[in-house]
Design a protein around this ligand. Structure first.
Ligand code: AFP
Length: 341
């Protein structure tokens, strides 16, 4: 009998235990981050349960409202936003919240205030809800630098200033992926325990991948480097095999696959959307943070994504992220001026 293996199976590294272990490395820590993360995890469990019950509970359907980007809001978007806003405020550890669903940033009242700023998309990929495709929550966390009245400038920081970032994917299993700035770890929800268990320790993205992921329906409007790159994926001129195309249309799911299997995810600029589609603060930054922490890269077409300084909370940016070598190729095409028409 393999007692060591049995011990391993019974000695579960829950996300709470993991974060407390990390916290113990910093004796000056007051545990605020662990408390904040517990509230985020609670929000994810709630949304996971709501997503699983969506069909049954007749939650699918329009709530009769539109969000900041003028998109139709589904009931699950509204519900998820409420859940996260309430969970984050009640943690007593936040001072500013920026949600994809809310036009304005939320400034937490002084009596409930803490030092963390949380940017989040409570339910990304919501157009996939009705057909049961994976969707997710994305978040990034900044710290208010000093004890003073928070302002919007505290949110408009480059992504490299993030303290932590992560996502929760509501798919065939519920997976929580987190980086606190020293690598990336993945946890899977054990529904019988109601706990996220460390299942993917120290995730490293392969140096180069065999998959590219992009909405090719936009190809007619792409710029030169993107068009050239995708052409090279399909018809490589160096004797290598063509890459496979996989595109779900749900960023969390596409990025999760990219992180585990390697390859590249692209949401480029195009003639119709010169800034691309994805939002800097709560899509581009957290995913770029995770990619870099896993050994990959994230590029906007002009610069390292995490160096971008947003001017407004719902700003968009083109993004190319994934395996180090694959992103290196698209960077080379932009550097070579393939953008000239
Ligand atoms: P929805 O929330 O409207 O489904 O958009 C999802 C998303 O923001 C992101 O998750 C996807 O990567 C991207 O949009 C897909 O966009 P296209 O449908 O234009 O490919």
């Amino acid at each position: 009998m393999d007692h060591a293996a049995d011990a391993y199976r019974t000695d579960l590294m829950t996300i709470t235990r993991y974060v407390l272990n990390e916290q113990s490395k910093y004796p000056e820590s007051r545990g605020d981050f662990s408390i904040l993360l517990n509230h985020i995890v609670l929000g994810c469990k709630f949304v996971c349960s709501a997503v699983n019950k969506a069909g049954l509970a007749k939650l699918i359907g329009l709530a009769g409202e539109t969000n900041v980007q003028g998109e139709e809001q589904k009931k699950l978007d509204v519900l998820s936003n409420e859940v996260f806003v309430k969970a984050l405020i009640s943690s007593g550890r936040t001072c500013i919240l920026v949600s994809e669903e809310d036009e304005e940033a939320t400034f937490v009242k002084p009596s409930q205030r803490g030092r963390y700023i949380v940017v989040f998309d409570p339910l990304d990929g919501s157009s996939n809800i009705d057909c049961g495709v994976s969707i997710g929550t994305i978040f990034g966390i900044y710290t208010l630098k000093d004890a003073r009245e928070p302002t919007l400038d505290d949110v408009l920081q480059p992504g490299k200033n993030m303290l932590a970032a992560g996502y929760c994917m509501y798919g065939s299993s519920c997976t929580f992926v987190l980086s606190t700035g020293s690598g990336v770890n993945g946890f899977t929800l054990d529904p019988s325990l109601g706990e996220f268990i460390l299942t993917h320790p120290d995730i490293k993205i392969p140096q180069k991948g065999k998959i590219y992921s992009v909405n090719e329906g936009n190809a007619k409007n792409w710029d030169g480097p993107t068009a050239k790159y995708v052409e090279k994926c399909k018809f490589p001129n160096d004797g290598s095999s063509p890459k496979s195309l996989r595109y779900i249309g749900s960023m969390v799911a596409d990025v999760h696959r990219t992180l585990l299997y390697g390859g590249i995810f692209l949401y480029p600029a195009d003639k119709k959307s010169p800034n691309g589609k994805l939002r800097v603060l709560y899509e581009v930054f957290p995913m770029s943070f995770l990619m870099e922490q896993a050994g990959g890269q994230a590029f906007t077409g002009k610069q390292r994504a995490l160096d971008l300084v947003p001017n407004k909370i719902h700003e968009r940016s083109p993004i190319f992220l994934g395996s180090y070598d694959d992103v290196e190729e698209i960077k080379a095409l932009y550097a070579a001026g393939e953008n000239k028409e």
